[in-house]
Ligand binder design. Sequence first.
Ligand SMILES: Cc1cc2nc3c(=O)[nH]c(=O)nc-3n(C[C@H](O)[C@H](O)[C@H](O)COP(=O)(O)OP(=O)(O)OC[C@H]3O[C@@H](n4cnc5c(N)ncnc54)[C@H](O)[C@@H]3O)c2cc1C
Length: 409
Amino acid sequence: MDQAAAVRAEIRQWIREHWDPGLALIEWRSALADSGWACPAWPVTCCGRALPGDLASEAAAELAAAGVPGTPDGVGMALVAPVLLEHGNADLNARFIRPTVTGEITWTQLFSEPGAGSDLAGLSTRAQSDGDGWVVTGQKVWSTGAATADFGLLLARTDLDVPKHQGITAFVLPMRQPGVTVRPLRQMNGHSSFNEVFFDGAWVDQVIGAPGGGWAVALTTLAHERRLAASRPAPVPAAVSGRAWREAIAERTAVAEPHKWYPQRAGRPDLVIPQAVSRGVAEDLVLRQEIARLQETTRSARWTAERAAAARAAGRKAGPEGSIGKLASSEIARQSARLHGRIAGASGMLAGPDAPADGVIAEILVSVPGISIAGGTDEIQHTIIGERILGLPREPDLSKEVPFRDIPK
Ligand SMILES: Cc1cc2nc3c(=O)[nH]c(=O)nc-3n(C[C@H](O)[C@H](O)[C@H](O)COP(=O)(O)OP(=O)(O)OC[C@H]3O[C@@H](n4cnc5c(N)ncnc54)[C@H](O)[C@@H]3O)c2cc1C
């Protein structure tokens, strides 16, 4: 038996011995974490088995095929845990990775500020040492899911006297404490996914990496986030029953709440052909050309994503190639929205159940702009590709050289 088949056989055997649909979700996930099958590529001390990428992918595929709940969706598993594995120390990882894997704690990303989005390194939320920990003052914005999260992955300025990239520190911030106020925002598509988060003397003592080393943590997070922008949650298998699945579906629904409109944000290319057919315009020659162009973009982006996934499975770190996938997602969303607008005509502006596709077309039209902003705008991805992939000269930024205190605000 080759190694991949042996791994598949071992996890199948383990599931046969341990899966019981009547378990509470936390009991099942705890067993997964203890066995290391929860995250097979991660270290043994962090709910994993330290398997090489290709074998870990085999194990993950077998777990998904077995029709049992896996690890939680969301920012915790997709961004925070990988960042802790790369930058956290043993204490931090022992405290936070396991409850993230079991779903006992949830996270939000506290990066963007009113004056620092694309220029994230210009952030001005302050964290000042008080001897035992750090006192945080300032404001974040766009913080998805902050209204319900237990912890935040926070970037704050800890040194004003060094250039902007060097004076930032990454922290784990407990969200439920005096000094943290979360105010939900309402978007033009009617959803309320984002929040303003205000810090007025909030306290934090968990530093990720070294004080002043927050920029490296930010870069790792953003590389994972670009991949996340193009990914989708795993489907729930049909006809599941039992307590563990009931709790997993409730958890998934809650985690997905701020992201309910994300399929529309991606433009719903899957709806373009059915809409053209159902509205009787599929024979329109100009429209057909545009639909064919959308198919080309969608398929080539899928192949690029598959190549990147294969490279990751072979053990390469997330890198600037994520920028290409993210740009492709923006382009596909815009092409799809243009086509939906042409197919539906003025009725595409109608919302509600009597509107085309139950109002989904209108939601697509007002949600698509979000995909080319989240996780770094298209213009910023172009800069990353130009500088890090094509080797073009770096964008001039004189504020990189001077102490943050002296940058005109
Ligand atoms: C759906 C969604 C979810 C998000 N979730 C989170 C979250 O959970 N946590 C979080 O911290 N943030 C989150 N964000 C915020 C996101 O990271 C920022 O919106 C993004 O980085 C852009 O920053 P900004 O909005 O301040 O725009 P700005 O930086 O002000 O940019 C405005 C315009 O100027 C252009 N521009 C700026 N600088 C340059 C340059 N150097 N070269 C060329 N053009 C430039 C931009 O491309 C853009 O078109 C989310 C955003 C969205 C849309």
